[in-house]
Design a protein around this ligand. Structure first.
Ligand code: SF4
Ligand code: SF4
Length: 309
């Protein structure tokens, strides 16, 4: 049996044609070191109310449990960068300026899998787009397409950090890429700029229960009063630790139609959001990531931020 790993250059060219920013390959291995970190992170309750983070621990850290027979993890990044929406009283994270990314990226990953099937025949391949217990950032690092910065986000030295990640698990064995080095150097800008001190003073560790993204999107209960006056004007997510990151000076505007600004959403001010009825909210956010908070959650956020002022 030929065990020579497959050359991935054609696969990489096709992925770029589909529109992916970068693609890298890592050998499927159990993530022993990360398993320990995850365990400590959960023990410290840094995941807040995101109890789903406690589930499927073994799948999360071991590709063999997630998909038996996996040999390679293909990790892909997709640019969503947009210039900041102007004249806004309240802010939403850039990834939510356009359409919900799950469907768009699943379709693109499917295109790549179809190409693999045509080329290699009866194979196993499964795409994960932020909807399964997969440690995408670790695979991005191992496959050489990003490092995990002090803000814990994936960063590429030429593209910055405004990108989504997709992982494809496959039983095909491709030549692996070299893991990416860390280029944070002595920088601490994200730690200093974080308004809620969610990033550990040494970086590389996030107390998600304090992060504005968690507070405005994941948290279902009331936002704790300790964050009053600290969330600036963010009502859905937060981009502060990306905005201050020097590597994002290289970010280029996405050309993906699905991720262009929804002008009806990005220019809404406090009054507009508060006046919005539930039905209108549902229509407005039907294809947007903002639907995640539901009408009630978004109103809660706007009122909380308004109290800040
Ligand atoms: S997203 Fe905002 S709140 Fe969360 S770590 Fe980054 S700067 Fe801090
Ligand atoms: S702001 Fe500085 S320390 Fe933080 S992720 Fe970017 S380069 Fe690293």
């Amino acid at each position: 049996m030929n065990t020579t790993p497959l050359n991935a250059s054609e696969l990489k060219a096709i992925a770029k044609e589909i529109g992916f920013l970068n693609i890298g390959i890592a050998k499927a291995k159990k993530l022993d070191r990360e398993a320990k970190h995850l365990e400590t992170w959960l023990t410290n309750s840094y995941h807040g109310e995101m109890s789903y983070m406690e589930r499927y621990f073994d799948q999360r850290i071991d590709p063999e449990v997630m998909m038996p027979g996996t040999k390679s993890i293909i990790t892909l990044s997709f640019n969503y960068f947009q210039e900041k929406a102007e004249n806004t009283e309240v802010q939403i994270a850039r990834y939510a300026y356009g359409k919900d990314y799950h469907l768009t990226l699943k379709q693109k990953a499917k295109q790549l899998i179809q190409w693999l099937e045509t080329k290699y025949g009866n194979i196993q391949a499964r795409a994960f787009v932020d909807s399964a217990p997969v440690m995408e950032r670790e695979w991005a690092k191992r496959s050489g397409i990003a490092w995990s910065g002090r803000n814990t986000l994936s960063i590429h030295p030429k593209e910055g950090s405004y990108f989504f990640l997709v992982c494809i698990f496959t039983d095909l064995s491709f030549q692996e890429d070299q893991a990416m080095a860390d280029y944070c150097g002595t920088c601490r800008k994200c730690i200093e700029a974080c308004p809620t001190e969610a990033i550990h003073p040494d970086g590389y560790l996030l107390d998600a229960s304090k992060c504005v993204s968690y507070l405005t999107i994941e948290l279902k209960n009331e936002i704790p009063q300790e964050f009053l006056g600290k969330m600036k004007d963010w009502i859905f997510g937060c981009d502060i630790c990306q905005e201050v990151c020097p590597w994002n000076r290289f970010a280029k505007k996405t050309i993906e139609p699905d991720f262009q600004k929804n002008e009806a959403i990005v220019h809404m001010n406090t009054k507009d959001w508060l006046a919005l009825e539930e039905e209108s909210f549902n229509i407005l956010t039907k294809a947007s990531p903002l639907k995640r908070t539901k009408w009630k959650g978004l109103k809660r956020n706007v009122i909380f931020v308004k109290n800040n002022c």
